[in-house]
Write a protein that binds this ligand. Sequence first.
Ligand code: ZN
Length: 238
Amino acid sequence: MEIIEGIILKQINYKESSKIIYLYTKNGLISVLVHGSNKLKSPYLNLVRVFSQVKLHVSGKNLKTLRDGEVINNNLEFTKDFDKYTYILHLTEIIYYFSGHDHDHEKLYLFLNKIFKQLRLTDDYIPFINMAELKLLYLLGVQPMLDKCVICGSTNNLTFSVEDGGLCCELHKENAVFQKETITLLKSLYYYDFNNPQPISYNKNSLMNLRLLIDEYYEYHLNYRSKSRKMLKELISY
Ligand SMILES: [Zn+2]
């Protein structure tokens, strides 16, 4: 018997009445077979819900099978507001997609716990979704350069260029479209320290532009866009 703790990112039906759940843990993605979880009276119903943080007792080597477990946080509040649900779906889809990449899973798992805590606590949750997306860029090794012009190193009058992967000065701003207030928000989230939390200030416009910036950045540097992002666009109209 082995105990694993993680956040459920995804579940799929398996055979007649079982499921396979995919947990993100400090060791990366782990899949677990749950027998009979589709039956109405299954004692495991609470242990297979997407977004739940769980501690599971499993057995088996190649395919781990659930034996018992407990819910640490059911995160049920994530499903009550459809916008919020879709944002979190978008985030978990990204984590799932890049879970095969060889990055620091323990760091990401612990960070994800902090993000989920904020998502439970605050109604102003969108910056924390963006924060997770930005910090993941660092773990994936494609972080933007945010302290000087990527081309000449100048620190004056900087704008942001997705294509160039960071800030650009007046001379080198050919591809730069994102302006100061979006960059300020981006930096405050990218460098955010949970051990020394500062209030995050922004306006609606910079939040929208940051959303577009992150989308473009993921597309350009990682060739990725989540399926949930399309659904989100229908809800928030950008
Ligand atoms: Zn320059």
